[in-house]
Design a protein around this ligand. Structure first.
Ligand SMILES: O=c1ccn([C@@H]2O[C@H](COP(=O)(O)OP(=O)(O)O[C@H]3O[C@H](CO)[C@@H](O)[C@H](O)[C@H]3O)[C@@H](O)[C@H]2O)c(=O)[nH]1
Ligand SMILES: [Mn+2]
Length: 735
């Protein structure tokens, strides 16, 4: 080490390459040979004519895509790296010079994102194990609601008890709700006493907040207690109001102390100005307002962004992140540090496969080997400069002292008044905000689009997955919510790929080729819908009508198919088991993968195309973060939730019915007419169709067997059956 390191310091972080790569690469090559043989088979065996010929071309197209997409996913598996930090070294060298850190939390709707959830997140962050005078927490409220402002005001009082309690007893997690729900019994009497006091205060606060939330308005006697509430006299609704900025705790104020006399972090409430005639650009707009407002108030050189449901689960996270930014040798070029998105509410077998645990572990570590993972909207630390659109240059040097000077003698009211101007609708007109600066506009995946922009300015990023999870959030708890979320993502990614932000256009000379390819894995998610749809409809229909599309079981060409199928699934199962998941979780993953591709991705492709053609505009549909009791119970029991009508469900149910009908019909034909000899050429189609029927079992249950509220609505049973019958007979005239 030492020799080539500047200033002879020991590094603050280290990077290790994954082991066993040689064996893995050999395997990938063997699989590649198999894929090529499949392609060769399709090219050399084109049927003479008729419908079979067209079906054949389609199969070839689908297999070309699958092969290409598989190559993309293998590129990120080629050279994964893992990071480790040395926080003691950071403390030894920099404890007195730590930079100021600004934390941004976004919320948008007090009913979908309950205020108690939001303030628990805020409290967990404000209590970080970090010098209080260097922390500032900002809550952006796109709901512009006093039902969020009031809880935050309450939280600012409760913080005076909560922060010293956390620091004294080194508790973790520092979200009160999460901590109380799992606090351990074994501690001294001091602790027990302190715990019961702080818990009582919390419960009283919760009670007050819940009663206000239930009423749907802030009581007059509360409203009189803080000047901030007067602002709501002129709020028309959440889409039409002036900017509201309230500094609830002013870190510069020498009297802002906790109940043990220590300084408190700054706490700010912001609802940016909204007017119907101005597009607000969703979360990107609110983050950009926060970037500007915070630069007037605390101006920390490091910015952390989290969603309102992502509480801190690890009090040392800021220090971990700083090990990357402050490393004397490799730190300068790091524009952001992304933590994995982890969830608190994932059931044992992760029925909707929302956790992304394996995907993040495998693919993001692979991104990291090529220059860094994308920003995924939450759990990400930025260098302020990289977020503000500054280019990285060789002579760049961070100014860690920025934001630490105490700003003049301006009163808090004057400061609020001045900073508010940066959150007005008109501020961005004619500026580069949303184009070159801050979060990017015109997309529903502002996060990934912004990371392409940052990477293309020469910055790198780092992926860090600490042993103790840094943040925990809430994953969707119904199938539809999960599909809607995915639809937003794939649509946004597709749009990104065909926009000027495409990594192949923007990243010239700055983003390495493999990283561009890695971005494509997600950018092209949506496209998978088309070949998948083809594969789950055409081979089963052809099976029904006795049209063979795969090699016969005795043919040598059967082997590459068999090998690729087995290798592909063994490998994916292996990844799951390697990272400690259950076999059932893997099965759920494969099922959801199919469901997503044939519904969410399909509609994402359609809407993405309409958006590109300028016919429709995409909107950011917020993910629900509350569920009623009955629904939660089914989720806990891992029973798939349908319950409403939706075009996505109609599609899923129709496809499931087609496969069921085709399988039954084909079996009947083999048994009654053609005899077992007819199975040979149709073997793989039987297997595929049988597999699809097995995967769809929860759909059949929802259609025909279940009686609970989460079943498929009866109207859907009818429509999907009718459509499936239609599909099965319609092909006959063409035959
Ligand atoms: O107009 C809006 C819409 C959303 N949000 C906030 O954005 C966050 C993310 O919204 P959510 O509905 O929970 O999104 P997810 O489905 O979890 O979306 C993921 O993907 C998004 C991009 O599509 C990212 O922005 C998110 O950070 C990431 O968690 C939440 O805190 C919202 O309050 C706003 O501030 N303003
Ligand atoms: Mn979310």
């Amino acid at each position: 080490m030492g020799g080539d390191r500047k200033e002879g310091y020991l590094p603050l972080f280290e990077t290790k390459e994954a082991k066993g790569r040689i064996a893995y690469r050999m395997f990938v090559i063997s699989m590649f040979v198999g894929v090529c043989l499949i392609w060769a088979y399709r090219v050399t065996h084109v049927p003479a004519g008729g419908i079979r010929r067209w079906a054949w071309y389609g199969m070839f197209g689908a297999e070309l895509w699958f092969g290409f997409y598989w190559i993309l996913t293998q590129l990120v598996r080629w050279r994964p790296v893992y990071r480790y930090t040395f926080k003691e070294r950071l403390s030894q060298r920099y404890e007195d010079y730590l930079p100021a850190v600004d934390i941004f939390v976004c919320t948008a709707d007090p009913t979908m994102e309950p205020p108690m959830l939001v303030i628990n997140t805020v409290l967990s962050l404000i209590a970080y194990d970090y010098p209080s005078d260097k922390l500032a927490v900002y809550l952006s409220d796109d709901g512009g609601s006093d039902l969020t402002f009031y809880p935050l005001l309450e939280a600012s009082h409760f913080a005076k008890h909560w922060i010293p309690f956390c620091k004294k007893f080194k508790v973790d997690p520092r979200s009160p709700a999460a901590y109380f729900s799992r606090a351990s019994e074994t501690h001294d009497s001091h602790y027990i006493e302190a715990l019961s006091i702080v818990k009582k205060l919390y419960e009283e606060m919760e009670c007050r907040i819940e009663s206000v939330v239930k009423m749907g308005k802030v009581f007059e006697e509360i409203g009189a207690k803080h000047k901030g509430f007067y602002e709501w006299n002129s709020v028309l609704n959440s889409h039409n109001h002036q900017a509201i900025l309230q500094i609830l705790i002013d870190g510069r104020d020498p009297n802002a102390l906790d109940n043990e006399g220590c300084a408190l972090p700054t706490l700010v409430y912001l609802a940016r100005e909204k007017r119907p005639q101005h597009h607000h650009n969703f979360k990107a707009g609110s983050l950009n307002a926060l970037i500007r407002v915070s630069s007037e108030i605390s101006n920390g050189p490091i910015i952390l962004n989290v969603d309102c449901d992502m509480y801190s689960n690890n009090a040392e996270t800021v220090r971990d992140a700083l090990c990357f930014f402050m490393d004397e040798d490799k730190g300068h070029q790091i524009g952001f540090v992304q933590y994995p998105q982890k969830f608190e509410n994932i059931t044992k077998n992760d029925i909707y496969s929302n956790s992304f645990r394996v995907l993040l572990k495998v693919e993001f570590s692979g991104f990291d080997g090529y220059g860094g993972p994308p920003y995924i909207g939450t759990g990400c630390f930025f260098r302020r400069e990289s977020l503000c659109g500054k280019k990285y240059g060789k002579d760049y040097k961070a100014d860690w002292k920025q934001g630490l000077k105490t700003q003049g003698k301006e009163t808090v009211e004057d400061l609020e008044q001045r900073a508010k101007g940066f959150a007005s609708c008109g501020y961005e007109l004619g500026t580069q905000w949303g184009k070159e600066m801050g979060l990017m506009y015109g997309t529903v995946v502002e996060d990934v689009t912004t990371s392409v922009a940052i990477h293309s300015k020469g910055w790198k990023s780092t992926y860090f997955d600490p042993p103790r999870d840094a943040f925990l959030g809430l994953a969707p708890t119904t199938l539809l919510q999960s599909l809607v979320q995915h639809k937003r993502w794939v649509e946004g990614h597709l749009h990104l790929f065909f926009s000027q932000h495409c990594p192949f256009i923007r990243g010239h000379g700055k983003i390495k080729f493999p990283l561009k390819m890695a971005y494509c894995i997600y950018n092209l998610w949506a496209i998978n819908s088309i070949p998948t749809l083809y594969y789950v409809v055409i081979p089963p229909l052809c099976l029904l009508h006795g049209i063979a599309l795969f090699p016969e079981i005795t043919s040598p060409w059967f082997k590459p198919f068999l090998y690729v199928i087995i290798a592909r699934y063994t490998c994916s199962l292996g990844e799951f088991l390697w990272f400690g998941e259950t076999v059932k979780a893997w099965l759920n993953y494969e099922r959801i993968w199919l469901f997503r591709r044939t519904s969410a991705y399909l509609f994402g492709t359609i809407d993405g195309a309409l958006n590109l053609l300028g016919i429709a505009k995409s909107a950011f549909t917020i993910t629900e973060k509350v569920a009623d009791d009955e629904l939660s119970k089914r989720y806990e029991k891992e029973i798939m939730e349908f319950g409403t009508t939706s075009l996505m469900f109609t599609t899923l149910a129709t496809l499931a019915m087609i496969n069921l009908l085709c399988l039954c019909g084909a079996m009947k034909r083999v048994v009654m007419d053609d005899g077992v000899g007819a199975v040979g050429p149709l073997m793989l189609q039987f297997a595929l169709c049988g597999l699809l029927v097995m995967i769809n079992i929860p759909v059949y249950e929802g259609l025909f067997l279940r009686k609970d509220k989460g079943r498929m609505p009866p109207s859907l049973t009818f429509t999907s059956s009718a459509l499936a019958v239609l599909a099965c007979v319609i092909i006959i005239p063409m035959h």
